[in-house]
Design a protein around this ligand. Structure first.
Ligand SMILES: Nc1ncnc2c1ncn2[C@@H]1O[C@H](COP(=O)(O)OP(=O)(O)OP(=O)(O)O)[C@@H](O)[C@H]1O
Ligand SMILES: [Mg+2]
Length: 213
């Protein structure tokens, strides 16, 4: 069972958006997928309440119960788990980063987000070396994302080649418990979410091959 942790100490960076879109893409690809929502705001769990489809399963849990919940998901045949985490909680972020095969750190290309990202990266790097920053909600046009990615590149962390643009479909879809892929399957947001899922799968595959070698 593979575990992805979506972590950012900054509120509103896009943790839940990434977690929901990746988990749904994975469920649609046929993997037994669960989200463990470690945020007391329970945004992912509330999204699931609004959702008609039963997959991906969303489990609300306190970080202190993470090991137990992971064991339960594994026993029930879970293949992929996405951990949605809380902002401003070092302990939750640490617990999630420790168990993850891959950590994704969403970051908006705004100065306050870029300044704040070092806190998250310091914390995650202490326990997990497999970290990618995902630029989120970038402007559809202009150099903003490239400049931000360059600034982050100087922090000695990998920047994901896939970025999510600031698109209405990403937020509108969540209202009805959907994702962009379901809300507007032929839209650009859907294509970006799928590309991010493909990146995640390829990365997990490469790590598994390295582990087996
Ligand atoms: N790429 C995007 N395009 C448009 N809206 C977005 C995008 N990413 C996130 N949003 C919107 O920004 C808001 C914050 O996103 P989200 O809830 O995913 O962040 P978060 O990091 O989980 O926040 P929190 O720290 O409060 O848990 C939401 O309203 C979401 O719909
Ligand atoms: Mg959230």
């Amino acid at each position: 069972m593979k575990i992805i942790a979506v972590i950012s100490q900054k509120g509103g960076a896009g943790k839940t958006t990434l977690a929901l879109h990746l988990a749904t893409a994975s469920a649609h690809a046929g993997y037994n997928t669960a989200i463990i929502d470690l945020d007391p705001q329970a945004s992912a769990a509330k999204w699931s309440d609004r959702r008609a489809e039963e997959v991906p399963v969303v489990i609300s849990a306190h970080a202190s119960r993470l090991g137990h919940e992971l064991e339960r998901v594994k026993e029930s045949g879970g293949e992929l788990v996405i951990l949605d985490t809380a902002p401003h909680s070092d302990s939750t972020a640490l617990e999630a980063a420790k168990v993850a095969d891959l950590v994704l750190v969403p970051c908006r290309p705004a100065i306050l987000d870029l300044e704040a990202i070092t806190n998250t990266l310091d914390l995650v790097h202490a326990v997990n070396g497999n970290v990618h920053v995902v630029m989120n909600a970038v402007a559809a046009q202009g150099n903003e994302a490239a400049e931000a990615a360059e600034a982050i590149g100087g922090l000695n962390v990998s920047v994901c080649p896939v970025q999510l643009v600031n698109r209405v479909a990403f937020s509108r879809a969540l209202i009805s418990g959907q994702t962009a892929q379901e809300f507007e399957p032929d839209g650009k947001a859907a294509a970006e979410a799928e590309a991010l899922h493909t990146f995640m799968c390829a990365h997990l595959e490469r790590s598994a091959q390295r582990g087996a070698a």
